[in-house]
Design a protein around this ligand. Structure first.
Ligand code: G1P
Length: 288
């Protein structure tokens, strides 16, 4: 099974300036958890035991977040604040290892994933882009993909339908015949013009990939933006290895932009165990 998940987190987060001047965008909280922690919890519930963060300068807060916070924990323990101590200590389970590697140049998502190559020991691994928050507490999205991989042996990319005028923001798949939630990929293109798009099924930030992708990435040319795209590598992979598009179940938020981030905050806020009810009541009042 899939035991390793890669988190590309080297991006600068300029869309959230000034909030992201000194704080990595992945550390911005949705209600009370940083974005990256939602991604990590999803990976762990999909069976991951090794988490690889592809970071950059200015991203040390991410490593600190998943490390022991000695002073804080000592302080909470001495005051018998056990509930808070438990929260601080359970950001990542004890059997899970966190590894960090730097992407020293902004050469694109494919290059970021390639940076994890020396640390990936298995023949298959997962990728989560933390900007894409997918809410499904019963069945986390990456676990759905991992299960499909387990049943078929295929590599898997998560997709969802987008409005035709929005296809140019995403990787877009050509998967003409779906059975249930999955369809074999025949092609995939990065950010096509709407008139050239093979479908309106866009890639959302979850992948289960054969480690063959690494040697393909090493031979994938940068695109016109100077970036090595994972999409282009997948387009090569599918020529000799089965890759499936998988329509996951769950509510998806693009937390890479302000509107999506606000929508996630409101939706998860109304579901929050502590403040959800009060927040939903208040929302109802201000709406009318
Ligand atoms: C990346 C991928 C794209 C995918 C998207 C999902 O694009 O290159 O194929 O659809 O993530 O969020 P980015 O959002 O980094 O421009």
């Amino acid at each position: 099974g899939m035991k390793t998940v890669v988190f590309p987190v080297a991006g600068l987060g300029t869309r959230f300036l000034p909030a992201t001047k000194a704080v990595p965008k992945e550390m911005l909280p949705v209600v009370d958890k940083p974005l990256i922690q939602y991604a990590v919890e999803e990976a762990v519930s999909a069976g991951a035991e090794t988490l690889i963060f592809v970071t950059g300068r200015t991203k040390n807060a991410i490593a600190d977040h998943f490390d022991t916070a000695y002073e804080l924990e000592t302080e909470l323990a001495s005051k018998n604040k056990n509930d808070l101590l438990e929260i601080a200590q359970s950001v990542v389970p004890k059997n899970v290892s966190c590894l960090y590697v730097r992407q020293s140049q902004p050469l694109g998502l494919g290059h970021a994933i390639l940076c994890a190559k020396p640390m990936v020991q298995e023949s298959v691994f997962g990728v989560i882009l933390p900007d894409d928050l997918i809410y499904n507490p019963q069945s986390p999205a990456l676990a759905q993909l991992a299960q499909h991989h387990g049943q078929t042996g295929s590599s898997v990319v998560s997709v969802s339908e987008v409005r035709p005028e929005h296809v140019s923001r995403y990787g877009v798949v050509d998967a003409p015949s779906f059975e249930g939630r999955s369809g074999r990929l025949q092609g995939i293109v990065e950010k096509p013009n709407p008139e050239d798009a093979p479908s309106n099924l866009a890639v959302v930030g979850r992948y289960v990939l054969s480690s063959e992708i690494f040697s393909i990435l090493e031979n994938t040319e940068a695109d016109h933006r100077g970036e090595i795209q994972i999409t282009d590598a997948i387009a090569t992979l599918l020529k000799h290895h089965p890759v499936d598009a998988y329509r996951f179940e769950g509510q998806q938020f693009d937390c890479g932009n302000k509107l999506g981030f606000l929508q996630a905050t409101v939706t998860l806020g109304t579901k929050h165990a502590e403040v959800g009810e009060a927040f939903a009541d208040w929302l109802n009042q201000i709406e009318h």
